[in-house]
Design a protein around this ligand. Sequence first.
Ligand code: FE2
Length: 511
Amino acid sequence: MLRMPRRRLLTLGGAALIGTLPAPRIADPFTLGVASGDPLPDGVLLWTRLAPEPLHPAGGLPPVGYPVEWQVSEDERFTRVIREGTATAFPAYGHSVHVDVRGLRPGRQYYYRFRSQGHLSPVGRTRTAPAKAAAPRSLRFAVASCQAYTDGYYDAWRHLAAEELDVVFFLGDYIYEGAINSVGGNRMDSTLGLPDTFELETDTLDLYRMRYALYRTDPDLQAAHAALPWILTWDDHEVQDNYANDASRFTTVPAKDFLVRRANAYRAYWENQPLRWPRQPAGPDMSLYRRFRFGDLAHAYVLDTRQYRGDQACGDNLRAGCDDRDDPPRTLLGVQQRDWLLDRIGRSPARWNILAQQIMMAECRYGGTAGRLDMDKWDGYAADRRRILETAAHTPGTVVISGDIHNNYAADLRVDFARPETAAVAVELVGTSITSGGDGSDTTAQLDTQRTYNPHLRLANGQRGYVRCELGRDTMRADYRVMSEVTRRGGTISTRASFVSERVRPGLVTA
Ligand SMILES: [Fe+2]
């Protein structure tokens, strides 16, 4: 029997509470699980969202606030509770709860849970970052992205939850915005029983909120959130396929109208992820790029390649002979974010610098030297890429991690990809999707072409899964974990390929 003392209500994010609210009794509101994220040496962000009827607007709750008690313990049975308090799930924030717990010890594992209206949440496990001055022997993380709910089952998340990891980097496409057939796509589960509103593309705040709720009802995804802290960034589908800054993929939509949709999408994103209060969006703007430190071993730079980019050169997709892509003013990160990144990695004291971002950085030709390049990727923003790789050339230990493309790639990064005889300056691990694209296959004609014409690619694979990575003091190891299938429940996982790379002499070598 849980016993939680009634505590004075906390003040969160400067929003003064209005006292204990007389809220009606409700069914179990913890249908979306629990999560933690953005680990610091002294704290972590805890998240949950109340939704007794997750597939309905407002989670089936009336527009009143609910007090939510929380506890952090050193042990799973909560006999050594070291922090506790009460937050409020406000209707204005979709009844989400974001608790910024501080005063924890660095590099330690903790357990947490919530209680509201007589209901107890599942227990989550999390981990703080090492102390700033610590010299950790290793950092273990996973690279994951792209989990189209209707494309398959989330068994990859169940396997990931069983791995020994410190943190997950989720690199975008947490939801997909398109209409969902009410029988559930590849899941083909006629008992899914989605309300008809899921047959609408998301654009309003309610529709985005309900889309997150659908995804978060999945028990395997909940298990992965409950197993360890996540550090997230978004890609395009959290708003709309291939959008750029204030430009919809449809040129007929004026920027001012698209920004209304972006505001709805960003607000729902913040509400539904373990992000701190200062990250809350203001209208259509939300600052998501940020840095995390893991002692002296690694600094992670989490980037946003969607909100500030110039519109894609020569159209959104594959183009050959597009000189505009190399225009020096054309920027993927925006000037402010790019200068922040270059300044920090240029003088980074860490042994490794992780660039956690959405899209493939390595050049990827779909054909010979005149082959097409994807204008939505770093290939469409070649000047920005060159500046980053020139900085990396003087900064040992740069590891770029990416998602978006629903394939696994392992790449040596060079300042000039046309000169394969030159030394690599960094390495890139492109992680495949969790489900997006369905089962996939080890290779395809397109992957064969890419391997042929891009000698810096050490792996090109089209299965589902994630990348498991361990940074040691001098060596990085990456294991590409792939699923047997995702369109049926119970897919198994195996290691398709493993690579190592030396910190001071980057270049992927088969392990
Ligand atoms: Fe995707």
